[in-house]
Ligand binder design. Structure first.
Ligand SMILES: [Zn+2]
Length: 260
């Protein structure tokens, strides 16, 4: 028996995380939604110039969708923009960091697992990027908050091996053990990396006092690289793969072709 149309349709807000061209004029989109988590949906005819859906389904657009349940993929039947985050599209730094945030969420989550807080975090972080808040601070805050929401909060206060309170000296970060190792335990993970006092301070400030306080701290390029390297290591360990977006952004910014 055919299912009545109203039972096959649902309405949802969504943010477009990624997309892939499909057939002649279609696209398969990866979207993140407040109630249904990550979904893959098909937008038919969206690559045609006059498609009604097209302007609402660009990267990172926050939109309201009407979706029809399908046997394999659900189909987008209507779309309206809630926030296009337009300034993101004219700013390479902001766009590169937005791509990274979308990629991290995509890689760290399974399909159809609701996490409303993760949705709100992505939406608010995109908003801050579009408002020209420092992409470095927005992104490190997003990574730490998302890791916490998904149960991967890094341990920043006690050694992950001996559990002693960490002193204000250079310690090490272990991606495998999910936190900081004291100087005596550094050998517990041969793949750990040095973590300076200032990098530990920054991460603790982000965690305890949030983005507004952390964004006021002045960071030299070396400290920025150290912090980005540390979170990248941890994300690479959790997702078991290299994340591409930040590499591409670095390559574009530095004017060299992206490293494969
Ligand atoms: Zn220790």
């Amino acid at each position: 028996m055919a299912v009545p149309l109203q039972e096959r349709l649902y309405r949802t807000e969504a943010i477009v995380l990624g997309r892939m061209d499909y057939r002649e004029a279609d696209r398969i989109l990866t979207i993140y939604t407040p109630q249904r988590g990550k979904l893959r949906v098909i937008a038919k005819g969206v690559r045609r110039p006059l498609s009604r859906l097209r302007p609402h389904l660009e990267y990172f657009t926050r939109c309201q969708l009407m979706v029809a349940k399908g046997r394999e993929l659900d189909t987008v039947t209507g779309a309206e923009t809630v926030d296009a985050f337009l300034p993101l599209r004219a700013d390479l730094d902001a766009f590169g960091h937005a791509s990274h945030m979308a990629e991290v969420l995509n890689r760290l989550t399974e399909d159809r697992q609701e996490n409303r807080a993760a949705y709100e975090l992505l939406a608010s972080s995109l908003h801050l990027l579009a408002d020209a808040v420092d992409p470095f601070a927005v992104t490190r805050h997003y990574e730490l908050a998302l890791l916490t929401l998904l149960g991967y909060k890094p341990e920043l206060y006690r050694c992950v091996s001996c559990e002693a309170d960490l002193s204000a000296v250079s310690n090490a970060f272990s991606a495998r053990l999910g936190g900081v190792l004291c100087s005596l335990c550094r050998g517990a993970d041969g793949g750990s990396r040095m973590l300076s006092v200032n990098a530990q301070k920054y991460l603790r400030t982000l965690e305890r006092h949030g983005l507004a306080t952390a964004a006021k701290l002045r960071l030299d390029p070396g400290l920025r690289a150290e912090l980005e390297g540390t979170t990248s290591d941890y994300l690479r360990h959790l997702t078991e793969r290299d994340l591409a977006s930040l590499k591409v952004w670095h390559a574009l910014r530095d004017g060299s072709p992206p490293v494969p």
